[in-house]
Ligand binder design. Structure first.
Ligand code: FES
Length: 108
């Protein structure tokens, strides 16, 4: 299927064990790439509460907990899941081709 997204190769599937998060870059964007039991998701790495890196956080269930104040986001949607986070975090499109994980910024 053809799409107009600009895909970036960011990792190999073997780089991430299930329920693991790693820091990658998509263009100029810092991104937290998450393996959620074999499904891959990507969120902007910067917490929307303050200046903390979500890739330093912890995957708990289907949420990622920020390392700074314990706020959390839903991994699938980027929606706030726990106070003090109240603003959604940007999500990115993710696909795998063979053993390569590709991430793309969504159109505005
Ligand atoms: Fe992430 Fe405060 S910086 S919850």
């Amino acid at each position: 299927m053809k799409d107009d997204l600009r895909w970036h190769e960011v990792a190999k599937t073997s780089d991430l064990s299930p329920v693991e998060v790693m820091y990658v870059e998509v263009g100029n964007d810092p991104v937290a790439l998450i393996n959620l039991e074999g499904e891959y998701f990507a969120l902007n790495d910067m917490c929307t509460h303050q200046d903390a890196s979500l890739s330093d956080g912890e995957v708990i269930g289907d949420e990622i907990e920020c390392p700074m104040h314990g706020g959390a986001f839903e991994i699938r949607t980027g929606l706030p899941a726990n106070f003090p986070v109240v603003v959604p975090v940007e999500t990115y499109a993710v696909k795998t081709v063979g053993d390569t994980v590709l991430v793309a910024k969504r159109p505005d």
